[in-house]
Design a protein around this ligand. Structure first.
Ligand code: CTP
Length: 411
């Protein structure tokens, strides 16, 4: 098949070199038209070497072959990736201001565009109106993936991974329309990654009606699960006493005690690429659990003997089965040290790849309220900080995980 590949001026252009390579390896004849702005990101030599053809930009190059018409007329498929907001606006207006604009007006081939830009630009009403215009004309527009963007931020606007673009290109060329663009389609930056998130707070029974517990609601852990799913991961939540529903597509294992939490982790540990220990695990459990309700009558007071529970996070780090383990620490300051100093010492002691620390008080941090965290590495140094909704904080935690380097993909 003859593919016309338009490349416009966005940083994601570098990923499109892999798209071109895949198409060429599959035996297709690909002609690349980079816009002038795109050459700031990837040079012409890359496109010419990978396609084996000249990669013209300007309408007035090679005029005798009338290529501004010929390239569009002879294509079986036109793919524009990445498509910038400016390109979408020009294409929606039918502008022929450069060779790519001319070729698009001269083609009868199906056209697939893969937008990539910052979330604000993608969500802007002008961009959305341009996308609607193009779709109404029969242009296939890929939804951008959710994930890490160029700066420290994340959200919808990422160019889907090269394999997903190639799959969409083949589907469009065959007249099958766009394939599913959900989290299963290799869309986000965590596509193929198995993520396990523990959430909520464990309860250690004292008797059949009482327990030792904590105030963790599970909101932050559930938000991390939701964000990881949005970014394409296969996600399992181990929920310790959480009354919230999980978001669509997230697997759920319910547990109550620390021992049940430990067993649940064991069942998923071998196939887990990233484990986020957001659950608040009780540090102590009653030495004995009474089989009957402890009566008040006759008891002047009650002394409970408590024994320490197993440190699950430390055990996970020591076993080393899971490539990336992330801990949480809700800290308060005291006479010995500030909350931040306690957190840094905990990061070094626990040895997890990252430790997400937030300062809590009686009114701070719990429930469906905004959160504010600092993310520390295993040496206790701060690598990122985030405040905002629990979903925004969740994305910041996933950004920090993505910044650790290549993540194993087990799916
Ligand atoms: N954690 C765990 N197992 C425990 C206790 C905690 O896996 N028995 C994990 C939590 O899920 C969290 C991290 O360890 O990710 C930090 O929990 P925290 O209670 O703050 O740590 P502790 O080691 O118990 O330290 P502290 O003495 O401050 O309570």
């Amino acid at each position: 098949m003859r593919v016309l590949l338009g490349v416009t001026g966005g940083i994601a252009a570098y990923k499109v070199a892999l798209v071109l390579r895949r198409l060429a390896e599959d035996g297709h004849d690909v002609r690349v038209i980079p816009t002038a702005a795109s050459l700031n990101f990837v040079g012409r030599a890359t496109w010419e070497a990978l396609s084996g053809h000249p990669a013209p930009t300007d309408t007035f190059e090679d005029v005798p072959s009338v290529q501004h018409v010929r390239l569009g007329q002879s294509a079986d498929l036109v793919l524009v990736a990445p498509a910038t907001a400016d390109f979408l606006a020009a294409y929606a207006r039918g502008e022929a201001r450069d060779l790519l604009g001319n070729a698009l007006l001269a083609t009868h081939a199906p056209v697939l565009v893969a937008p990539a830009m910052h979330t604000e630009m993608w969500e802007h009403p002008a961009t959305q109106a341009n996308v609607a215009t193009l779709k109404a004309r029969g242009v296939h527009v890929l939804d951008p993936a959710v994930g890490r963007l160029t700066g420290a931020d994340s959200g919808p606007g990422r160019l889907p991974e090269p394999d997903a673009i190639v799959a969409a290109a083949y589907a469009v060329a065959e007249g099958a329309g766009l394939p599913s663009q959900g989290p299963d389609a290799g869309w986000g930056d965590l596509a193929g990654v198995r993520v396990v998130v523990t959430a909520g707070g464990t309860r250690e029974p004292i008797d059949p009606v009482r327990y030792l517990g904590n105030r963790s609601s599970g909101h932050q852990g559930f938000a991390i699960a939701e964000a990881a799913r949005e970014r394409g991961a296969e996600v399992t939540v181990v929920a310790a006493n959480v009354s919230l529903p999980v978001s669509e597509g997230v697997n759920r294992i319910d547990v109550s005690t620390g021992t049940e939490l430990a067993h649940a982790i064991e069942t998923v540990e071998d196939e887990c690429d990233v484990l986020v220990m957001a659950a608040a695990v009780a540090d102590f459990a009653p030495a004995q659990r009474s089989d009957h309700k402890i009566k008040k009558a006759g008891n002047g007071g009650l002394t409970l003997e408590l024994v320490p529970t197993e440190d699950l996070l430390r055990g996970l780090v020591e076993r080393g089965t899971v490539p990336v383990v992330v801990g949480f620490a809700a800290e308060t300051g005291d006479d010995a040290a500030s909350a931040a100093e306690h957190a840094a010492a905990k990061a070094r002691r626990k040895g997890a790849a990252l430790l997400v620390f937030n300062e809590v008080g009686t009114t701070k941090g719990f429930g469906d309220v905004p959160n504010s965290v600092r993310i520390l590495d295993a040496a206790g140094a701060e690598v990122a900080a985030a405040s905002g909704s629990k979903l925004a904080v969740a994305h910041a935690v996933l950004d920090a995980i993505a910044s650790l380097g290549t993540i194993r993909k087990s799916v």
